[in-house]
Design a protein. Structure first.
Ligand code: NAD
Length: 491
């Protein structure tokens, strides 16, 4: 396992020499130590990224040449697929098959943005039609500059890919600060960058915790753009820091996403999507459909099947066969989720399944998949993001009531609607205030499609061509071609 900081194409020790323990959440063992970066390391990394942007080849290379590096990174990720997935399980706790999806998606993300980098060469600057024919104007797209990327622990390598791939495709340079809980695959990405000969300083990786390494990165005056995924509380700090010297900012924050189940839905299909929507990755998913609204006419049947199936979910170490639910990422996250459920119980809400911590062989930060029935609509458990395997269910009898309940939240990341009536599903998709709406499914995510939230769920979009836009500036170049002098001062 790699440690150290990756700055200007070299592995270096942090200036102050500190380390942070890496704990396997399934066994509670310390499996590694990573460098505890601080503001001194961030200064070095930003200076390296600045040099690479201002004087290095990267932003000036043709898109096809940047694409070749991105494709090489994708190939390396695929070659190391099993090792990377294993690291993800040890670090984050997720079941191995889910870790393999993440690694494949990360490779796919680099390939996709390689394609967009190539397209940049083929798309000429846009000519602007001006009313005044004495001038000709064009709009040129350019990389934004030095980008600071801060990512969470729920999809470690994939979240890195969502930011590194489009930024590098655009011609930007980057300082990546992974979560202190799950930095192992980001460090492997540094090794991969090295292996493919990425020019020094284009990608710099500084591990460390939020206050010591994240805060100096967001405060740094030489950073042109901040891209953040994580909690709303830290997202707000990122935005405040960006406001101080007017940096561009994109934020992908939390959610409390609704899933609406109409009476014409097959109950087993609904149970499948409800469970996938809240239990994959232990519910530690920003778009998790954690509030289920079910039509009263199928409520009892659905609850019976959902409870039966939820109780069958096999918990365990993500490296073991047939495990569907691993541990939560950390003791802190386990305590946070347990406290939410404890408070919900103390308010008297019915728990249909789960509700308790578990250990395997006396160890691990496991929490049972949990169903909470009919919590009050003003209760914490109904309104706040738990970020764990906890689903709340209420019922509705009218379409309008379902839409109102679904939209009654300060978040707006995702929403799902299950109905065989496509006219109704489309009508509801239009009425839901969310950045992503799934019809007859929950959670599928595509590199080609825009991803991001309304309201307090964020600003901007990742993935697809929107993800590339995040890292591009637009420059107007205007030329005077009048035959006579302009004639304001000199007549
Ligand atoms: P967080 O927002 O605290 O951490 C996300 C990243 O921000 C990490 O890399 C962290 O080191 C960094 N960070 C923390 N403080 C910082 C600061 N002052 N300046 C700059 N960077 C800083 O999230 P968390 O503590 O890992 O999780 C807390 C809650 O956040 C979760 O329970 C969940 O509700 C939410 N969350 C959401 C997502 C998402 O994808 N939307 C991901 C992770 C966590």
């Amino acid at each position: 396992m790699q440690s150290g900081l990756y700055i200007e194409g070299r592995w270096v020790s942090p200036v102050l020499g500190g380390t942070l323990d890496v704990v396997n959440p399934a066994t509670e063992e310390i499996v590694h130590r990573i460098a505890a970066g601080t503001s001194q390391d961030i200064d070095l990394a930003v200076a390296a990224a600045r040099r690479a942007f201002d004087a290095g080849p990267w932003p000036r290379l043709p898109g096809t040449e940047r694409a070749a590096f991105l494709r090489a990174i994708a190939i390396e990720i695929r070659e190391r697929r099993n090792d990377l997935a294993r690291l993800e399980v040890i670090d984050n706790g997720k079941p191995m098959p889910e870790a393999l999806w993440d690694i494949d998606d990360a490779a796919g993300c680099f390939e996709y943005y390689a394609g967009l980098a190539e397209d940049m060469d083929a798309s000429p600057p846009e000519t602007i039609d001006l009313a005044d024919e004495r001038f000709v104007s064009k709009a040129v797209r350019e990389p934004i500059g030095v980008c600071g990327a801060i990512i969470p622990w729920n999809f470690p390598l994939l979240m890195a890919a969502w930011k590194v791939a489009p930024a590098l495709a655009a011609g930007c340079t980057m300082i990546l600060k992974p979560s202190e809980l799950t930095a192992l695959t980001a460090l492997e990405l540094g090794k991969i960058a090295d292996a493919v000969g990425l020019p020094a300083g284009v990608l710099n990786i500084v591990t460390g915790d939020g206050p010591a390494a994240g805060q100096p990165l967001i405060d740094h005056r030489d950073v042109d753009k901040l891209a953040f995924t994580g909690s709303g509380a830290i997202g707000s700090k990122v935005m405040a820091a960006a406001a101080r010297n007017i940096k561009c900012v994109s934020l992908e924050l939390g959610g409390k996403s609704p899933l609406l189940v109409f009476e014409d839905t097959d109950v087993d299909q609904a149970v499948e999507w409800i469970m996938f929507g809240i239990f994959w990755n232990q519910g530690q998913v920003c778009s998790a459909t954690s509030r289920v609204l079910v039509h009263t006419s199928i409520r009892d049947r659905l609850l019976t099947r959902l409870t039966e199936e939820t109780r069958k979910i096999r918990l365990g170490n993500g490296l073991s066969e047939n495990v569907l639910l691993g541990p939560l990422v950390s003791r802190k996250q386990l305590e946070r989720v347990s406290a939410f459920v404890k408070r919900a119980k103390s308010e008297g809400f019915a728990i249909l399944a789960g509700g308790n911590r578990r250990t395997i062989d006396g160890k691990g930060f496991f929490f049972e998949p949990t169903i909470i029935l009919d919590p009050a609509t003003d209760s914490e458990i109904w309104r706040e993001e738990v970020f764990g395997p906890v689903v709340c269910i209420r019922s509705f009898s009218e379409e309008g009531e379902a839409i109102e309940l679904a939209n009654d939240t300060r978040f707006g990341l995702a929403a799902a609607v299950l109905s065989q009536d496509l006219a109704r599903a489309n009508r509801i998709a239009a009425a839901l205030r969310a950045g992503i709406v799934w019809i007859n499914c929950s959670q599928p995510t595509f590199t080609e499609a825009p991803w991001g939230g309304y309201k307090e769920s964020g600003i901007g979009r990742e993935l697809g061509r929107w993800g590339l836009e995040n890292y591009l500036e637009t420059k107007q170049i205007t030329r005077f071609q009048g035959e006579a002098p302009w004639g304001w001062y000199i007549k």
